[in-house]
Design a protein around this ligand. Structure first.
Ligand SMILES: [Zn+2]
Length: 325
């Protein structure tokens, strides 16, 4: 699977490079808290004309604003690829979702409650829709075409502003009505009060957002993201070293708990913090190993599909929808 696009935000629909327009494809949409991405996925697994735009927002009608944009973009893809048969749509969102019913139950950040995405997108575009949760579907994409290929017991952890996970046991994703995978809101030693209402949540220590916030609080100087904290830690800044070490310790605690309960064979790290690479993975491996005894010690690795995993997963889901048995 390859991505044949260039990463510039303008013009709104970008041209794919090199490859001829496909005769058949599906549209994939990944709605995030800040940006929304779309692309055409062909039968070979290539993404065409990937676009990234600010997520449309409407305080009173948040779901309708997104559906209107999906319909407009679908029209643009149809105009741009007139000879391509566009057969279905894959659409993923954050928050709590009911995948089977096609309903976005709740997004604290984007504002919808019990919104019927599948029904409304089908009405607006005339296309069948595969609907899912962004991190879960990103995890599915990693299992099918990325770092989890060939594995059965895997947790994909997406570490950014917060922390969410997709859990796979015996090759199947644990769905639990949309409630599985909320590892970011399970308590760890040394955790703090969390906006979710609980105290001690992993993401109050182990997320990129927490690393940035805690360093600024401790040192009294602002920092541009977890990357800046890591650079300060490399220079020997004691506050940065402490904050980074606390994050690694908290993440290792959660990974050990998951491994003991699920027998996880691999943990795939995605999201912004995973870009730290060995600076995160090496100390994390050491702590996870020392935190387990007779258990299966999971292989720690980073996402292969990166920030497009959700989009690719949405496209694969859309393809499943029309592929038949
Ligand atoms: Zn929480």
């Amino acid at each position: 699977m390859s991505v044949v696009v260039e990463p510039t935000p303008e013009p709104e629909v970008r041209s794919s490079t090199g490859k001829p327009p496909p005769a058949r494809g599906v549209l994939a949409f990944d709605v995030g808290g800040t940006d929304m991405k779309a692309a055409l996925l062909d039968d070979a697994g290539d993404l065409h004309a990937l676009v990234r735009i600010p997520t449309p927002r409407d305080e009173r009608h948040p779901g309708d604003a997104i559906v209107a944009k999906v319909a407009a973009l679908t029209g643009e893809y149809r105009a741009r690829f007139p000879d391509c048969s566009i057969e279905s749509i894959g659409f993923v969102v954050p928050g709590l979702v009911d995948e089977d019913a096609g309903i976005g139950l709740m997004s604290a950040n984007l504002g919808w409650r019990d919104y019927a995405f599948t029904e409304n997108i089908t009405r607006a575009t005339g296309l069948p829709v595969a609907f899912g949760h962004d991190v879960s579907i990103a995890g599915e994409a990693e299992m099918r075409a990325g770092a989890g290929r060939g594995l059965r017991d895997v947790v994909m952890m997406v570490i950014g502003t917060g922390i969410a996970a997709a859990v796979f046991c015996d090759g199947r994703r644990v769905r639990a009505g949309g409630y599985a995978g909320e590892i970011g809101h399970a308590a760890v030693p040394g955790g703090f009060a969390c906006p979710c209402g609980a105290t001690g949540c992993l993401e109050t220590v182990g997320s990129a957002g927490a690393i940035t916030r805690r360093y600024s609080e401790l040192s009294g100087s602002p920092v541009s993201g977890a990357k800046g904290v890591l650079e300060a830690a490399r220079r020997g800044d004691p506050h940065a070293v402490q904050v980074w070490d606390d994050a690694v310790r908290a993440l290792a605690f959660s990974i050990c708990q998951l491994s003991a309960v699920l027998g996880t064979e691999a943990v795939i790290l995605g999201g912004g913090l995973a870009q730290a690479g060995p600076a995160l993975l090496d100390p994390l491996r050491e702590r996870v190993k020392s935190g387990l005894s007779f258990h299966r010690v999971p292989h720690l690795t980073t996402s292969v599909l990166g920030q497009d995993a959700g989009l690719i997963g949405a496209g694969l889901r859309a393809r499943d929808l029309v592929a038949g048995p």
